[in-house]
Ligand binder design. Structure first.
Ligand code: FES
Length: 323
């Protein structure tokens, strides 16, 4: 026998109550009359496009270095794999070429898979930024809304009709964010180093810019190209996103009850960093999207340059053509 209490709806007004605050009680219904679907739809499209692109590039495992630019998806390049075309300049890899036998060992390991899985450095690298972004407080809101409609928008009746339990049980994994943040900060410095290297063109013995298959470079020449600028902006945008992270902001100042002087006149370094982080934090959503797409464009640029689909305008080719 059901009781009066068990017949009450889980969401929305209870029997005998007037709807308050415009809450509808049927799935995805709302009393809002604006185009509330726009946000979740754009998120779905934008995030979906990025996820597809990132998988495509990671599975390619090649075309990630067009001198002097290393794709951010493949940074840091720990080992070079000379067997992959236009992928692996030995001089750019931290530990040189892959150890002998590593490739055949990998091939044996993945032999059971229906699709050949290349030994792509991106598989080992992307896990770090992916765990950081995937657990970001802003992205959680975005994909809870657009992927699972829980809820799809403010005052929109959610798809999930169970009892709200917050981020418990499986969703405790979201706590990974505060640890993933350390890795993300390290990546900013790694990418900044790549930007520095993107200002130094490796040159061959003949005094021309290095290209795949022309042996190890004999010198490096300072200059700048469109790719260098893209890589510099990539560091800027990713840095803006990372240093506006809620976990970072908490780490640098949020844990304190008060700063040095306890008010706005504080001049301590901690207060200054916290203020800067707060400024970025207030722009976290646009920075999340700009940095997401810019890192994709930077990789696309390197991929296109590797295949000669675009011309990279730079000071090195200008200097060589003037000789
Ligand atoms: S909260 Fe978004 S990156 Fe940390």
């Amino acid at each position: 026998m059901s009781t009066a209490t068990s017949e009450q709806p889980k969401f929305g007004p209870r029997q005998g109550q007037k709807p308050e605050g415009g809450h509808a009680t049927q799935v995805l219904k709302t009393q809002r009359n604006d185009f509330w679907q726009k946000g979740p739809l754009l998120t779905l499209l934008g995030f979906g496009a990025f996820v597809v692109y990132v998988h495509l590039r990671a599975f390619m495992g090649m075309d990630y270095y067009a001198a002097p630019y290393l794709s951010p998806f493949y940074s840091p390049l720990v080992y070079a794999n000379p067997e992959y075309y236009a992928g692996s300049p030995t001089f750019h890899a931290l530990l040189g070429n892959l150890p002998a036998g590593a490739l055949s060992f990998w091939e044996q390991m993945v032999a059971w898979m229906p699709l050949a899985l290349p030994l792509s450095p991106a598989f080992f690298i992307l896990i770090f930024p992916a765990s950081f972004r995937g657990t970001c407080y802003y992205y959680r809101k975005a994909y809870y809304r657009s992927l699972v409609g829980s809820p799809a928008g403010c005052t929109v009746c959610p798809i999930a009709q169970g009892t709200y339990q917050g981020e418990t049980k499986l969703l405790l994994i979201q706590n990974l964010h505060r640890y993933a943040m350390y890795g993300a900060v390290a990546f900013i410095f790694i990418l900044a180093y790549d930007f520095w290297l993107a200002l130094w063109m490796p040159m061959t013995e003949a005094g021309v810019p290095w290209s795949a298959g022309s042996g190890d470079p004999t010198s490096y020449q300072f200059g700048i190209g469109v790719g260098s600028i893209m890589m510099g902006l990539n560091v800027l945008f990713l840095g803006g996103y990372t240093f506006g992270c809620h976990s970072w902001r908490h780490m640098v100042g949020g844990r304190l009850n008060r700063f040095a002087n306890g008010d706005e006149s504080s001049t301590g370094i901690t207060y200054a960093i916290w203020k800067a982080s707060t400024w970025l934090n207030e722009r976290h959503m646009p920075l999340a999207w700009i940095s997401l797409f810019w890192v994709m464009f930077t990789d696309l640029y390197v991929w296109a340059a590797c295949n000669g689909w675009i011309t990279d305008y730079n000071t090195w080719s200008m200097a060589t053509s003037g000789q």
